[in-house]
Design a protein around this ligand. Structure first.
Ligand code: FAD
Length: 373
């Protein structure tokens, strides 16, 4: 047999997962569990670089709430209804408590905080990444690290393989490809917006990026004077021009040299970004932040840059992805999971849960498709 014939008779991969972060590792684990042969490509030399950074290395991977509460929290204050609607089925089928039980079944002891946030008991994100690593090793899932995917190609003509994963040194044909390449923040962790670029080249629309869950700048001397101080019981309010309160969140407020950060600020900033995007109005918002004995008003709302943000607002337009399968409505066989899509949640474990739940949904629908003659 010559080389050409050998190539022609080679089997395409059933599933190629691009990106070994939260969504990609979870997807590979679900594929192993459901008997879907897959291989995993990761740009960096190791899996889960961003997961290792979560919650200051402690990994708040879920919250002990019902799926309905989860969906309400995502869209609290009347924002992000489209996101909540898109992820609803995925989250109901893979609710936070099930994710927690899943990690426990892998031998990860977990710890619940009084506010419901769930962490590994040793508060080490590495425990979560190792749990995935051990499972994928035991299941003999091929993992190709240090291998940035350069392009996804559509293959014209017959056969089941319609797609090709292209890397610098080789390419792999696949019946299904799952893009789990993450958002565009913290690019050093490997999420640089590649999946969005691949999707766009294949005909998908992108929703412009905005920073999500990030600090806001202010030179107010009361903040600058307290730089380095943390206030557990802070309060951030978002107000419209008539001083009506549109959103408020009680939680941590941290004074920094650049301005304010902490959970209350992050959630208020996320609300502001979504509100401005969705309401399409010139109305100006302001924020009022209370910490200790101070109340500071922010009239010019300046978030820190996207590269520093916890999550990326924007990405692959969910209107072009089937919420029942996570499959592209444009390219058959192309699937999405996690932050590569225009989905995001508040702080508190929501974003990892979104990555896991959408990954499970995608692989479950591929498994179902494979069983259907
Ligand atoms: C500082 C920080 C703290 C956070 N804390 C929390 C928290 O406590 N709880 C929470 O729920 N969320 C938290 N998040 C958010 C959470 O980490 C992300 O939402 C989540 O990791 C998204 O998962 P993902 O799989 O979509 O993307 P990622 O986890 O970013 O994974 C994407 C992977 O794809 C790889 N990749 C990209 N392009 C290519 C390519 N071309 N070829 C091959 N591989 C590629 C990347 O290297 C990366 O490993 C935090 C984020 C940050 C930055």
């Amino acid at each position: 047999m010559d080389g050409k014939n050998q190539r022609q008779s080679a089997q395409p991969a059933k599933l190629a997962i691009v990106g070994g972060g939260a969504a990609g590792m979870f997807a590979a684990a679900v594929a192993a569990e459901r008997g879907v042969p897959c291989l995993l490509f990761e740009r960096k030399a190791r899996l889960g670089s961003k997961v290792l950074m979560t919650a200051n290395g402690r990994c708040n991977f879920a919250k002990d709430i019902s799926p309905e509460q989860f969906l309400n929290d995502i869209s609290r204050g009347g924002i992000a209804a489209r996101c909540a609607e898109f992820v609803a089925e995925a989250v109901r089928e893979c609710p936070p408590r099930q994710i927690c039980r899943g990690f426990q079944s892998l031998g990860v002891r977990t710890k619940r905080m009084t506010d419901g946030r769930i962490f590994p008991a040793d508060e080490k994100a590495a425990t979560i990444v190792h749990a995935f690593g051990d499972l994928l090793r035991d299941e003999e899932v091929p993992i190709i690290t240090n291998c940035p995917v350069k392009e996804i190609e559509r293959i014209a003509g017959g056969g089941r393989a319609r797609l090709r994963v292209v890397t610098r040194n080789f390419s792999v044909e696949a019946e299904n490809i799952l893009l789990a390449t993450g958002g565009a923040s913290y690019p050093k962790t490997g999420s640089v917006g590649d999946g969005q670029r691949f999707a766009q080249a294949l005909g998908h629309s992108l929703v412009p990026y905005r920073p999500g869950l990030i600090g806001m700048e202010t030179a107010d001397p009361r903040v600058v004077r307290l730089a380095g101080r943390r206030f557990e019981d802070g309060l951030a309010k978002v107000l419209d021009e008539t001083r009506r309160v549109l959103f408020e969140y009680r939680g941590e407020v941290d004074c920094e040299r650049f301005g304010l950060s902490g959970a209350a600020i992050y959630n208020a900033q996320r609300f502001i970004e979504h509100w401005m995007r969705e309401k399409d109005t010139a109305a100006r918002l302001s924020a009022e932040v209370s910490f200790g004995r101070e109340t500071v008003r922010l009239d010019s709302l300046r978030p820190r840059p996207l590269k520093e943000s916890i999550v990326t607002i924007g990405g692959v337009d969910t209107g072009e992805v089937d919420p029942h399968t996570m499959q592209s409505k444009i390219v058959p066989g192309l699937y999405f999971a996690g932050e590569v899509m225009d989905i995001d949640g508040p702080t508190g474990g929501y974003n990892l849960t979104l990555a896991f739940a959408t990954a499970r949904k995608a692989v479950a629908s591929i498994a179902k498709k494979e069983k259907t003659p």
